[in-house]
Design a protein around this ligand. Structure first.
Ligand code: HSE
Length: 307
């Protein structure tokens, strides 16, 4: 059996929606497992020289996590040996959801390999399993569902973004691990700041769904996390401050990338050495499973692979 999981990059938070909003972007990793090949792990693209090949990578951990979880419900559930190859397009440690993409890919692949002992067809099960392992449901939700997602106490709501909303991701060369970017945040925040984020957050959803970029420029305002994160990367803060005067912009996830929404990308200023600029449409589809050339069905729900 040969099966590929295609899973999108995601930008969490979207300004005020700290730890609850996420947007899927049209930049996908593809992870293929093949049970007919010699077992092994290989990578190409982003992180190809640094990602582990000993089974401690995030995709493999998600496969093991899903298997262990399902084996409690279906004693005897097992996954046959496989070769794993990842084609990575999502830059690592830039606030674009590469860890969640890996967790979702591994979860979806494991579920398919488990067949009747897998997670079934409800995307919520894939979301919950991946988020439980990776810890960032605001990235896992859009990676599974596509579109714009809002998490509220474990509930997921998905919204379609208006076609005129085409974000540009500004990716600096500097990397910031998410744990580090979370470590600079305060334990407690003033009530007025929390209230402001609730109000702005409601406007962000409306602006993205309606395609109202004027409203979005105001709505992306945040009082909980962005300032502390931008302080970690002064060169990014300088670009952010230049852009926010005229263009809707926020920190992408925990940073350091920025997510900007220029109506005309030509209006973006020259950013200089080391920056990558990608214009990426929101992606409507979340994780997809693609069957191998032998024509096997891509859905794992109706097959039994238990050994
Ligand atoms: N909401 C999370 C954070 C996203 O901002 O830390 C992590 O990717």
């Amino acid at each position: 059996m040969r099966l590929t999981a295609r899973v999108p990059a995601t930008s969490a938070n979207l300004g005020p929606g700290f730890d609850c909003f996420g947007l899927a972007l049209d930049l996908c990793n593809e992870v293929t497992i093949d049970t007919g090949l010699e077992p092994g792990i290989s990578w190409e693209g982003e992180g190809e020289d640094e990602l582990p090949t000993d089974g401690t990578d995030a995709v493999s951990r998600a496969i093991v996590h899903t298997l262990r979880r399902q084996a409690k419900l279906h004693p005897g559930a097992a996954i046959p040996p496989f070769a794993l190859h990842g084609v990575n397009r999502i830059p690592l440690e830039r606030g674009l959801g590469s860890s969640s993409a890996a967790a979702v890919a591994g979860t979806a692949l494991a579920s398919a390999l488990l067949g009747d002992a897998g997670l079934g067809d409800d995307p919520y099960a894939t979301f919950a399993c991946a988020a439980e392992l990776e810890g960032h449901p605001d990235n896992a939700a859009p990676a599974v569902y596509g579109g714009l997602t809002v998490i509220a106490d474990g509930h997921v709501r998905r919204f379609e973004v208006a076609p005129e909303v085409v974000p540009t991701v500004l990716i600096p060369s500097v990397r910031v691990p998410t744990e580090h970017a979370r470590g600079v945040l305060p334990e407690r925040v003033p009530l007025v700041d929390a209230v402001a984020n609730v109000a702005y957050g409601a406007l962000v959803v409306q602006a993205l769904v309606r395609g109202d970029l004027d409203l979005l420029r105001v709505a992306l305002h945040d009082r909980l996390h962005q300032a502390a994160r931008l302080a970690l990367v002064p060169e990014v803060r300088e670009v952010f401050e230049r852009l926010e005067r005229s263009i809707p912009v926020c920190v992408s996830g925990a940073g350091p990338s920025l997510l900007a929404f220029p109506s005309d990308p030509a209006t973006l200023p020259e950013l200089g050495e080391g920056w990558r600029v990608l214009r990426l449409s929101p992606r409507s589809r979340g994780v997809e499973l693609i069957a191998g050339p032998d024509g096997e069905p891509a859905s794992g729900s109706s097959r039994t692979m238990n050994v």
